[in-house]
Design a binder for this molecule. Structure first.
Ligand code: NAP
Length: 332
């Protein structure tokens, strides 16, 4: 019973109860409507069940949205199909025909173009494809052209937050595309990310992601070089990181990767070879503006050296190895 504290007579009490029932009925109808909407309006398919894609697809399943999957190596898709009960499609055309919203998360530009060509045979008007891979803005525009010929919408939706963010559903998602597509795909994006920011038309999402990757390179350079310097000066490294983490130079990479890198450990994280691929995209996009970016060019040289030393699969904090080497060379 609803007690208002100001209705001593029976009529008001009845009226309050009626209002409660009406509110409950409305809420129930709303719940049914939203559940119905999610299941019937947004049959969502996922393509690319890699380190990022698999946990993102699992979050779509938790939100009741995952309807079908396809992966180049079929075993990953059949495993997820068994785990979640979603459809394992034989090909991209079948997945595109079955779904209203399709999320892709594949390795690189040419892979995405191949996948888009495969999806184009099955998509139609009203469908929306969301790409969460990291590729060049020009590739996003090319994919948009391929899909728009079939009447389907496209949003470039690159993500930041790594495999941990993918698992926890806390990714930051930078969206390029029109607002109609974004409104339609919003429940899908909300199931995978915590921060979803519309940054402009198709291609703008990838430009934002490239901006992020340049910043990550600069932070990696600054933190690894400065900590190697501190170490060469015989400072107590744990206490140094504690002090710097509370000052003007504080940042996430210092507090989370600093303590492991000074022990010679580089837990993933974000692979050197993936960041190298992204910096290639950044260099290409800067070149389109007639510019060479010093941080990008320097980091690409350093990563190439790291990869030659067998660190391609290591976390990007392994750049510390090269910075330490500079000081040992001088000492020797
Ligand atoms: P990953 O573990 O290597 O997975 C790549 C996925 O793409 C796999 O499912 C792979 O299929 C599929 N694929 C590759 N080439 C393909 C092709 N030609 N046709 C169809 N499928 C293809 O990579 P990831 O770490 O998940 O990264 C995926 C994307 O997210 C990349 O663009 C990456 O830059 C970006 N990203 C990664 C991170 C991160 O921390 N890892 C963070 C943010 C963004 P198979 O299973 O058959 O190999």
């Amino acid at each position: 019973m609803l007690s208002t504290g100001s209705s001593p007579d029976g009529i008001n009490a009845w009226s309050d109860n009626w209002q409660l029932l009406a509110i409950m009925g409305f809420a129930w109808t709303g719940w049914i409507h939203s559940t119905w909407s999610l299941e019937t309006m947004l049959k969502t398919g996922f393509v690319g069940l890699g380190a990022m894609g698999l946990p993102m697809a699992r979050n779509l399943h938790k939100a009741g949205l995952l309807s079908a999957v396809w992966n180049r190596t079929p075993g990953k898709a059949s495993d997820l199909s068994r785990e979640t009960g979603c459809l394992h499609c034989d090909g991209l055309e079948e997945l595109a025909t079955h779904c209203d919203v399709i999320v892709t998360c594949v390795s690189a530009d040419q892979d995405l173009l191949t996948v888009a060509e495969g999806l184009a045979t099955g998509v139609g008007p009203g469908d929306v494809v969301l790409d969460c891979s990291t590729v060049d803005s020009k590739t996003a525009l090319a994919v948009d052209r391929i899909l728009s010929h079939m009447g389907a919408g496209f949003l470039d939706c690159p993500v930041s937050g790594g495999t941990e963010g993918a698992r926890l559903g806390t990714l930051s998602i930078m969206v390029g595309g029109d607002t109609d597509g974004l409104n339609r795909a919003a429940p899908v994006l909300e199931a995978m990310g915590r921060t979803i920011v519309h940054v402009g038309p198709v291609g703008a999402g990838q430009a934002a992601k490239a901006t992020n990757q340049i910043m990550v390179a600069g932070i990696n350079q600054a933190v690894t070089e400065a900590l190697a310097f501190g170490q060469a000066h015989g400072l107590p490294m744990d206490r140094l990181i504690e002090a710097l983490s509370e000052g003007a130079a504080s940042n996430w990479f210092l507090s989370h990767r600093g303590p492991t890198m000074i022990k010679g450990e580089y837990p993933l994280g974000f692979k050197v070879m993936l960041h190298q691929k992204d910096l290639g995209i950044c260099a290409g996009m800067a070149a389109q503006k007639g510019v060479k970016l010093p941080i990008v060019e320097m980091t690409r040289i350093h990563y190439r050296r790291l990869m030659e030393q067998g660190h391609g699969e290591s976390d990007i904090s392994s750049l510390f190895v090269l910075k330490e080497e500079m000081f040992s060379t001088v000492d020797g």
